[in-house]
Design a protein around this ligand. Structure first.
Ligand code: GH3
Ligand code: MG
Ligand code: MG
Ligand code: MG
Ligand code: MG
Length: 302
């Protein structure tokens, strides 16, 4: 395991007592960067924007109380991975149970014992870093560093639901390297890996819009989720990707299509009224990819 790094930790303290914030900050300042908020509503907004590693959360506050804040953080996909420790003057089993039921990982009572607080925070920061590392391993493809198929399928289902709720267009691109078996046969498998890495880098450097996600979908296949994109936008994107890969000018002497590496792209878009399912979107993009292949490769079809 790589050395854990306090520099990347972000600790958010939500407490209506400025004295408590000051005290906790001075105790924890060498364990990460400290942010604070003096009420729950501001704390939630800050958590959504900054995605802290750990949140120390007071219970008794004006407006939302700590249990309500915790429950809200745990149901929001942008904040649900932040670990929450409830810090409260309320002692007693029923409070501890309420905290755990709201999704907190730990419960610390005031007045606090500084070494105990520091030790517990340290434990949860370590757990958070290990979880982040596991998530990285579970969601990424080893060769290219792109997301893997499992992750893409998961995100696509969520994005499909979100776009259906909001009635916004959503597109998917499936990309397949042309004559890649011949590439391997000619240049060797290790060089084939290098080629896939180059194509992966090219695709991911242009995926810059919020929510656009690129995955390695299979051996020499990639997929890109294109939020808020209709069929015309998808077609432009597909043509652009084909050009981008041609511009890499990776020699491919045994290709029947061109002397350099090319891709075929199949795209599908759902537009309002958004209906069907993520699986149907994948099937439609796959079908378009098949058409791009049979129409001569090195092209994008919606
Ligand atoms: P088409 O234009 O119809 O897509 O033809 P193709 O040769 O690209 O398609 P085919 O499915 O016949 O071959 C895909 C090849 O991709 C075969 C497989 O060995 C290769 N491949 C899959 N994964 C990897 C990988 O990780 N590294 C390398 N070097 N090759 C891979
Ligand atoms: Mg309070
Ligand atoms: Mg293929
Ligand atoms: Mg194939
Ligand atoms: Mg291929």
């Amino acid at each position: 395991m790589p050395e854990l790094d306090a520099g990347s930790n972000l600790i958010l303290i939500i407490d209506d007592s400025v004295d408590t914030i000051r005290l906790l900050s001075s105790m924890l300042k060498d364990q990460g960067k400290i942010l604070f908020a003096t009420n729950g509503e501001t704390g939630i907004r800050l958590a959504q924007m900054q995605q802290p590693t750990l949140i120390l959360l007071d219970v008794e506050m004006a407006g939302m109380n700590g249990y309500e804040v915790c429950a809200a953080l745990k149901t929001d996909p942008t904040t649900q991975d932040c670990a929450v420790i409830i810090v409260t003057a309320n002692t007693g089993m029923e409070h501890e149970i309420a905290a755990l039921e709201a999704g907190a990982v730990d419960f610390i009572t005031k007045p606090f014992n500084p070494p105990v607080v520091r030790a517990r925070v340290q434990t949860h920061l370590r757990l958070q870093q290990h979880t982040a590392m596991m998530r990285q391993l579970a969601n990424r493809d080893g060769l290219t560093g792109l997301y893997n198929r499992r992750y893409l399928d998961e995100v696509l289902s969520l994005e499909f639901e979100r776009h259906r709720r909001q009635q916004l267009p959503l597109a998917l691109a499936i990309i397949d390297v042309d004559h890649f078996k011949a590439y391997n046969d000619h240049y060797g498998h290790p060089q084939g890996d290098v080629c896939l890495q180059s194509v992966a880098t090219a695709i991911s450097t242009v995926a810059r819009r919020p929510g656009e996600r690129v995955a390695r979908y299979g051996g020499e296949e990639f997929a890109v989720i294109l939020p808020h994109t209709d069929a015309a936008g998808a077609e432009r994107y597909g043509r652009w990707l084909c050009q981008l890969v041609r511009d890499l000018q990776i020699p491919h002497q045994s290709s029947a299509t061109a002397p350099t590496v090319t891709i075929s792209v199949g795209l599908a878009a759902v537009v309002p009224p958004v209906e069907g399912s993520a699986q149907q979107l994948i099937a439609a993009a796959d079908q378009a990819l098949y058409l791009a292949k049979t129409a001569g490769r090195n092209r994008a079809i919606v």
